[in-house]
Ligand binder design. Structure first.
Ligand code: ASP
Length: 423
């Protein structure tokens, strides 16, 4: 049985087990909750997420140093960088526009007043200024950047190091060869650890579904469904169109290959933790060469969050409608701009998209407390938007690679390419 099928089956089993536990209505101290859900399942899920996270920093460092050293020697790094960042911004702006339009048509906030929603606790985050955000991209201590997992700083260091390697002649070539070997080892490590996915996914899903607040979702059903519909439109229409028109590749093949990272993203709700799986898939299964993938995928996992931007767009309209505040055309443009910025600033970890929403709301003068309305149902939406976030990273990497002649079409068209073979 292949890995995707096993992940899907364990995901389904996790949902069933979770729902069974939930329907039992056990007290928190009952052994099924305290021992099984909060003990065993929680531990299993956490170990899986940690085993993915452990690879992120070394992988990005090694893989991007290899990528940058070969890009550096061709001299097309600037072009690849501009295209990638440009496409990331463009797809995010499209995502949020879809979200705003759909939310305006559906008007999920107009009927929500009567729903008797329980307000949750929420402490807004102090927004960082644009200047500080920019300065913080540049590391002053690469070891500190790696130790704290500051991805943008690690990316900048790896890029500089890789370019320097490509300009250091023989010594550089020797070091680059070692990094290429190390990269192979890292890929092997991912292949080994991804085999834990069925168990990890089972634990995460069972834990999640034993705690979903169906009541809350029901009360906010219009909001929930609007976000879901916008995510679907973006994933099923926007990416396929871009892949077909700009990338000249078959989007169905692309999605088939991206299933594993999308499922992992769905169950972990973290683009960051999924990054090793995304990178491996984009290189070995989709066929994007390392020099593009090593740059585009980690950058995407850090700054490209289309699914998050969609949630923020719908949430903004929802909150405005709930508080009966009219937004002007200028406000909407502001929302597009700030939500795109906020999605860049959102770290790829669970739930941060909602925290960054405060930045968007403040910009257009909406009450930040509005976030408390939707916090209760964000967990499930987070899973779905994270899957869209990483699909976007894969799609943009593929399109950029294709335009640079860095997409191996033999790998792309081979259904077996890069498949994880269980040992
Ligand atoms: N969980 C999302 C991600 O990691 C971020 C968010 O929207 O909260 O991609």
């Amino acid at each position: 049985m292949n890995l995707t099928v096993r992940i899907l089956l364990s995901m389904a089993a996790g949902v069933v087990v979770g729902l069974l536990v939930q329907s039992g209505g056990f007290a928190p101290e009952h052994w099924l909750r305290a021992g099984f859900v909060d003990g065993l399942l929680d531990a299993g899920g956490s170990i899986f997420i940690r085993s993915l996270q452990l690879m992120v920093v070394p992988l990005v460092l090694v893989s991007l140093i290899c990528g940058a050293s070969s890009l550096g020697s061709h001299g097309n790094m600037g072009r690849v960088g501009l295209k990638t960042i440009g496409l990331y911004l463009l797809t995010t702006a499209i995502a949020i526009t879809i979200a705003l339009l759909l939310a305006l048509v559906v008007a999920p906030g107009e009927s929500a007043g009567a729903a008797n929603i329980v307000l949750a606790e929420f402490t807004p985050k102090e927004p960082t200024s644009i200047k500080d955000t920019l300065v913080n991209v540049f590391p002053k201590n690469p070891v500190a950047a790696m130790a704290s997992g500051n991805m943008l700083q690690v990316i900048v260091f790896a890029l500089l190091f890789g370019v320097a390697l490509s300009r250091t002649g023989e010594a550089g070539a020797r070091v680059a060869a070692s990094f290429n070997d190390l990269n192979e080892v890292m890929m092997k490590l991912i292949t080994m650890l991804i085999q834990l996915a069925p168990i990890g996914v089972f634990c995460l899903m069972a834990e999640m579904f034993s705690n979903v607040g169906w009541q809350e979702i029901y009360k906010l059903l219009a909001y929930f469904l609007t976000v879901l519909a916008a995510l679907l439109i973006h994933a099923a229409i926007v990416y396929p169109s871009l892949l077909t028109l700009l990338g000249r590749v078959n989007p169905l093949v692309f999605y088939k290959k991206m299933r594993e990272p999308m499922l992992v993203a769905f169950s972990t709700s973290s683009s960051g933790a999924t990054l090793p799986v995304t990178l491996r898939t984009v290189e070995k299964r989709v066929g994007v060469k390392n020099e593009v993938a090593a740059f585009a995928v980690p950058l995407g996992a850090t700054i490209n969050m289309d699914g998050t931007a969609i949630m923020q767009g719908v949430a903004t309209v929802f909150i405005a409608q709930f508080y009966m505040i009219d937004l002007t055309m200028g406000d909407y443009l502001m929302v597009i701009l700030t939500a795109t910025m906020a999605s860049i600033g959102t770290a790829g970890v669970p739930g941060v998209g909602l925290i960054m929403l405060s930045m968007v709301l403040t910009q257009v003068g909406l009450p930040v407390e509005g976030i408390m309305l939707i916090i209760g149902i964000d967990r499930l939406l987070d899973m779905m938007r994270t899957a869209v976030n990483i699909a976007g990273d894969g799609a943009v990497s593929t399109i950029v690679a294709r335009s640079e002649n860095d997409l191996d079409m033999d790998v792309f068209n081979d259904p077996e390419a890069g498949r994880v073979i269980e040992k």
